[in-house]
Design a protein around this ligand. Structure first.
Ligand code: 3HC
Ligand code: NAI
Length: 694
């Protein structure tokens, strides 16, 4: 199927880019553009050529789906396409509406003229994929909009409305109204006036004192780039635009682009971009599945989670009715919501008007009758099956037919919860993360009976409240907590063997985790993990745990909320101070167990903790709890502070090579005797076949 359409209007050839959804410049589209330009140049009746896209996009850039495949560089590659457009003897005009980004924008820079709708969205966003513009953007942009503006645009990567370029020569004209009519009118002018073809490549970059500016930019970039190599390369490529002839600059840009494409950091960012979009798709729930209307939401329980969950909907303009059992708890919950908004107001992040609108959408109640009109009701009461039973039985009585009944449970069986109702098809898990108004992740737990339209509706509403929704099957802990349990468990054994909490946390934080397991425990409350372990000792006695954490909890060291846990905390402060008392307790504990402590390297700490995530992740994948490895990565990137530049645990394992990962696990199994370390069958199989999760 052709990815372009070619039509001649009078003496103007119009090449329409037609590669939905956003005209990614894949192989077919590239061929179509070259063929169109050739056809137009060969047709004596044609005197000008217009390139135009769809209403949604001129082009979103290089086709991300082709990255890494031979088609991405197959001729005509993007550089060739741009050369063809630029070398055309008849004027080429880019008519830009919608999104015009990356390679799409670079294509327009090869055209002799550019016209745009004022609200077209212009960007060089490659930096967000760990790249730099690789089809001349770093060389042509400084020639047309100047060095500083280009560098800013390339380093930020954010979209800018076309109208904001009105003081630069980037656009020859802005079109009000129909873009194609505007383009044809502009082409007529170009032809009538015999306008000389303007090739940006022939323009000079004039920037006196560029050395000082480049040095300043390099220093600034080094300070903010963190582990990402692309920003510095952007500065170096712009430097080449200033100091080298065009063709040499292009070569340098190409070299940088190809180099960055092979870095693990870029691979991680591309994986996250695609992973986020993939996560929104459920294999057996087609995109056109009808959804239910969600105009009013009910929330049960105004505690830590209920309050945060409510705020998400209020922020999105959806009215919320929140229910508590006692007036005091209700007042406290609503008070906390108001206080959160007032804090945002104080910081200048919210206006009084918005605060009033949001609070105006919130109603408190103690009567289930007031939830009768709700289209979605989310339960966030105590984590106790008996309490959940009472709540869902009541909801079954009062909720209107077709209302979606969701539970925010973090560990309980959603199928069992659904069985408390006569409408299990309407029951689903919506597992938010604390603080629920801040954290991006939402695990959508699909019960055995959950209807497809319920899944489609919840995924849609998740987008509306700006969450990254990942579907999980029903299992203990779902995707995220089921994995983190083993990470924490392994961290516990590291303490037994000779590490300190601070050493473990430091090693993992240096590696990139936002917070090590012990600081995280102190933040979340060590009592939560303790309660889960006590349940596990009964339900799953085969799982081995280091018991030191229990000893800590027996002393009431629950973490920040009690002023001490793995660390000490000064009143009102969150800084974790290593506690000699805990270290002494550890020394005594090891003695009791007859363990001679050994020196444990940071590398071992990281390997064991992260591979624990990987092995359980592989089991989750194999059991179909997660549909794809990238879903697991999205859970970790958005909910657990996993470093973005590593792309998530599963991609990290891929990058390390599954053979090596499995081999390390076998070593841990031999050293510890813990069954857990037998590589998950899926991992073992992929490793043996030389394959990866992705
Ligand atoms: N190639 C192929 N598909 C793309 C794409 C691209 N460049 N950009 C987006 N898509 C796809 C998405 O995967 C998604 O597909 P799906 O519907 O099957 O899930 C669809 O387009 C819509 O994407 P979004 O859900 O993100 O829709 P939005 O309307 O919110 O955003 C967008 C559209 C602004 C284009 C956004 O998708 C985006 O920022 N895309 C990335 C743009 C980019 O980074 N371009 C540079 C590519 S690198 C490059 O050009 C290299 C060059 O310099 C050599
Ligand atoms: P919380 O104790 O802060 O709040 C629970 C609230 O529910 C209390 O205000 C209580 O008065 C109210 N409540 C209890 N029984 C009720 C009933 N029958 N009817 C109406 N209200 C009732 O607890 P939290 O932390 O908000 O947890 C709620 C749920 O969210 C639990 O299932 C928990 O596992 C889950 N969760 C908690 C997370 C966290 O980090 N705190 C993260 C993700 C999920």
């Amino acid at each position: 199927m052709s990815a372009t359409q070619y039509q001649v209007h009078g003496n103007v050839a119009v090449i329409t880019l037609d590669n939905p959804p956003v005209n990614g410049l894949g192989y077919d589209l590239r061929c179509g553009i070259v063929a169109g330009v050739d056809q137009a140049n060969a047709d004596p009746a044609v005197q000008a050529i217009v390139l135009i896209g769809s209403a949604r996009a001129f082009s979103g850039g290089a086709d991300i789906r082709e990255f890494g495949s031979p088609r991405s560089i197959q001729e005509p590659n993007l550089l060739t396409v741009i050369r063809v457009v630029e070398a055309s003897v008849k004027p080429t005009i880019a008519a830009i509406g919608g999104v015009c980004m990356g390679g799409g924008l670079e294509l327009t820079l090869g055209c002799h003229f550019r016209i745009a709708l004022p609200d077209a969205s212009i960007a060089l966003p490659e930096i967000k994929l760990g790249l730099l513009p690789g089809a001349g953007g770093t060389q042509r942009m400084p020639r047309i909009i100047g060095v500083e503006a280009s560098l800013n645009m390339i380093l930020k990567g954010d979209p800018i409305p076309a109208a904001q370029f009105k003081d630069s020569p980037l656009f020859d004209e802005y079109v009000e109204g129909d873009l194609l009519s505007g383009a044809l009118a502009f082409a007529a002018k170009v032809v009538a006036e015999k306008r000389p073809l303007r090739r940006i490549r022939d323009m000079k970059v004039d920037y006196p004192n560029h050395e000082a500016f480049l040095q300043f930019s390099r220093n600034m970039v080094k300070g903010v780039a963190g582990p990402f190599p692309a920003p510095l390369k952007c500065v170096d490529a712009i430097a080449a635009a200033i100091t080298k002839p065009f063709d040499e600059g292009m070569k340098i840009e190409r070299e940088f682009f190809m180099g960055l494409m092979g870095t693990p950091e870029s691979r991680a960012l591309r994986h996250a971009f695609q992973g986020e979009r993939a996560a929104s798709k459920i294999p057996d729930v087609p995109d056109d599945t009808p959804t239910r209307k969600i105009a009013r939401v009910g929330v049960i329980g105004a505690g830590t989670m209920g309050g945060g969950i409510s705020m998400n909907f209020l922020n999105a303009g959806v009215p919320v009715t929140i229910l508590e059992m006692k007036q005091e708890a209700l007042d406290k919950g609503i008070g906390t919501i108001r206080k959160n908004y007032e804090n945002s107001l104080k910081k200048g992040k919210l206006t009084q008007e918005k605060l009033d609108t949001r609070m105006g959408l919130l109603t408190g109640t103690m009567s289930y009758d007031d939830l009768k009109d709700c289209d979605l009701i989310i339960e966030a009461v105590f984590e106790d099956m008996g309490v959940k039973e009472q709540v869902f039985k009541k909801l079954d009585e009062i909720a209107k037919p077709g209302a979606i009944l969701a539970s925010n449970t973090s560990t309980l069986d959603v199928n069992k919860i659904a069985s408390f109702t006569k409408r299990p098809q309407d029951v689903v898990g919506m597992h938010f993360f604390s603080p629920a108004n801040v954290m991006k992740l939402l695990e959508v737990v699909r019960g055995a009976a959950t209807a497809k339209d319920v899944m489609a509706t919840v995924m849609q509403i998740a987008k509306k409240i700006r969450k990254t929704a990942v579907v999980s099957g029903v299992c203990d802990g779902f995707i995220g907590n089921r994995m983190i349990e083993h990470y924490g468990r392994v961290a516990g054994f590291l303490l037994e063997e000779g590490a300190t909490p601070a050493q473990v946390d430091r090693a993992l934080e240096k590696w990139g985790m936002a917070m090590g397991p012990f600081r995280m425990g102190d933040l979340a409350g060590n009592d939560i993990g303790w309660a889960i372990r006590k349940r596990r000792y009964v339900e799953k006695p085969h799982i081995k745990y280091a018991k030191f954490a229990d000893r800590l909890c027996e002393q009431g060291r629950f973490g920040q909320k009690t002023g001490k846990g793995w660390y000490l905390y000064k009143a009102g402060e969150r800084k974790a101070i290593p506690d000699p008392e805990v270290e002494q307790m550890l020394v005594d504990y090891r003695k009791e167990l007859g363990i001679t402590p050994r020196k444990i390297s940071d590398a071992e700490i990281v390997e064991r903790c992260i591979y624990a995530l990987v092995n359980e992740g592989a089991r989750i994948l194999e059991e179909g709890i997660a549909a794809r490895a990238s879903d697991i990565d999205m859970v970790y990137l958005t909910g657990y502070g996993f470093p973005l530049f590593r792309g998530g645990p599963m991609l990290y394992a891929d990058q390390m090579g599954l053979y090596n990962v499995a081999r390390s696990m076998k070593g841990f199994a031999a050293a510890s005797g813990d069954d857990f370390w037998a590589p998950a069958p899926l991992l073992a199989k992929l490793a043996a076949e030389g394959k990866s999760f992705s």
